[in-house]
Design a protein around this ligand. Sequence first.
Ligand code: URA
Length: 210
Amino acid sequence: MTDHLTHVTHPLVQHKLTLMRDKNTSTGQFRQLLREISQLLAYEVTRGLPMTTRSIETPMQQMDAPVIDGKKLALVSILRAGNGLLDGILELIPSARVGFVGLYRDEETLQPVQYYFKVPTELEDRLVIAVDPMLATGNSSVAAINLLKKAGAKNIRFVCLLAAPEGIARMKEAHPDVPIVTAAVDSHLNDHGYIVPGLGDAGDRMFGTK
Ligand code: URA
């Protein structure tokens, strides 16, 4: 992947995203749509994935056939909303290793603080796909990727559903080596750091916590 930003404009993605943005969409529908979109975004972000071969018998003859080297892949969910993207991608690549990064925002400093970090071993040898549906200020994504790099990751990609221009710029400045795949680039952030027009709080909408 060479471009810093890939905007997935496929009609299936855009249609499903519109349904997700609609405030009248139920929690159950929202979760299902997120799962479906995550698989379409996975199609984009997994281009050039490490491959290996497996010896199989077709009805005609033996062949060494290409398969994804899932052991070389780590999916990392940025909690908690990242889990909504993680589930769908994991369904497509069940052998991928999985990690979690938990960050909360300190209300005084407004900086992200780590409360959980558990990732697969040998990160330096893996393609690491970090997932978080909302790239808003970019503070938590930048912090999560800092932690992944500190743990050894050298080849990282980032998947989100919506990105604000502010978050894209912040990521490009801090991590120009990390390509971003997104379904939309929205207008701006409001004073509370929410993406406009956006879809609201992704975690609340997928878990029904509001
Ligand atoms: N996180 C969200 O869930 N929504 C936003 O709009 C911004 C950050």
